[in-house]
Design a protein around this ligand. Structure first.
Ligand SMILES: NC(=O)c1ccc[n+]([C@@H]2O[C@H](COP(=O)([O-])OP(=O)(O)OC[C@H]3O[C@@H](n4cnc5c(N)ncnc54)[C@H](O)[C@@H]3O)[C@@H](O)[C@H]2O)c1
Length: 343
């Protein structure tokens, strides 16, 4: 199978590409490198790299002319920084919504394509007990999250009207790096919790702040579902294989969607609080890590974790790696990254 991965030079897309290659598939990457890393995609054996924008209809059509055997597209390309989306909503609606509509339109025109869309658990509303299923209420609370919510709606409508099959994967909180240390996080000032914790431990940033300690969780800190990036990447391979084998869509599976559109949560199924993550980190990291506590910031939420029974049932996938393994991979990657990216 040959799969087109948009955003395949980014953190998640590049790791999905490695998982596809490891399973004997090949990949085509379309990435503008607006944030992604050229080294994650160009010159990688088994990968054909196209440097361009998802909204450039010409390059998308050329990719399919050059690679007519591609029937599945994994669409990871997007801008992803929540506070930036609040300051610059026009940019986020243009980059994540308008450009994705262009891409989906070309794919509909080409016909017969399957589209796996990188959605996000950030679109869920607050749920008592914090465990969410695919049918839990949605309440995206930032422009970024709303771009993801909107594109789910667009995909569902396109699948109902055109010759396109869609799968929205709602990612929870990816952490860690490729276990073979070929790809991983590359942002120097990351906003993700584990990357900030590592930066605090390495003395790159000041102390790590547990923001929000009065949530109605078991220890007051926010709760998340931290999934090892490699498990997340493996879920994409399973999804692409399931779509191409047929069968994923010719059933009505619980939620009210068209027969050609599905939504699936991808997490571990376990909630971990920020304080528990810090404790887990201290067990893996032998040095000191400065930690302090602060009130929740505007827009912060208590959090959620995934019910993953639908992923297990439809994709035949389950997470295999632990939070401790993800923490170790993140730390090991910081060393390996110096050799690959120079920092
Ligand atoms: N990282 C997370 O915690 C998380 C959680 C839930 C969902 N997601 C979603 O997963 C996807 C990948 O996220 P990531 O963490 O790998 O981010 P990332 O920024 O590392 O990767 C995004 C990639 O898309 C590329 N890109 C952006 N706009 C483009 C465009 N118009 N044309 C072509 N390429 C473009 C960037 O250069 C980059 O390589 C995103 O859609 C994101 O919304 C991420």
């Amino acid at each position: 199978m040959k799969v087109l991965v948009t955003g395949g030079a980014g953190y998640i897309g590049s790791t999905v590409v490695r998982a596809l290659l490891d399973q004997g598939h090949s990949a085509v990457v379309l990435d503008s490198l607006v944030t992604g890393q050229r080294k994650f995609a160009e010159g990688v054996a088994g990968v054909k790299f196209y440097h361009g924008d998802i909204a450039d209809r010409g390059i998308v059509k050329k990719i399919f002319l050059d690679n007519p055997e591609i029937s599945t597209v994994i669409h990871c390309a997007a801008l992803i920084i929540v506070p930036e989306s609040a300051d610059h909503p026009a940019k986020y609606y243009r980059e994540n919504v308008a450009k994705s509509v262009e891409l989906f339109d070309v794919l509909s025109e080409l016909g017969g394509k399957n589209l796996v869309f990188s959605s996000s658990a950030s679109i869920y509303g607050n749920v008592e007990g914090f465990k969410v299923t695919e049918t839990s209420p949605l309440n995206p609370s930032s422009p970024y999250a709303r771009t993801k919510f909107m594109m789910e709606m667009v995909l569902q409508d396109f699948c109902a009207a055109y010759d396109l099959r869609g799968l929205a994967l709602r990612y929870f909180n990816p952490i860690g790096a490729d276990p073979q240390l070929r790809t991983g996080g590359y942002v120097k000032n990351p906003s993700h919790v584990l990357a900030k914790l590592v930066n605090a431990a390495l003395g790159i940033e000041g102390e790590f702040k547990v923001t929000g300690v009065d949530w109605p969780t078991r220890d007051g800190s926010g709760i998340r579902d931290y999934i090892h990036i490699w498990d997340l990447a493996r879920a994409h391979v399973k999804a692409a294989e399931a779509i191409e084998a047929g069968g994923l869509f010719d059933r009505r599976d619980g939620d009210v969607t068209s027969l050609r559109y599905q939504v699936i949560n991808v997490g571990t199924g376990n909630g971990v609080t920020v304080r528990e993550l810090v404790d887990g980190f201290k067990q893996v990291w032998s040095g000191e890590v400065p930690v302090s506590e602060a009130p929740a910031r505007p827009g912060d939420v208590a959090g959620a974790f995934a019910d993953i029974s639908k992923a297990q049932r439809l994709l035949g996938w389950s997470p295999e790696l632990t939070t401790a393994e993800a923490i170790k991979a993140e730390l090991d990657w910081r060393e390996a990254r110096k050799g690959i990216l120079g920092y």
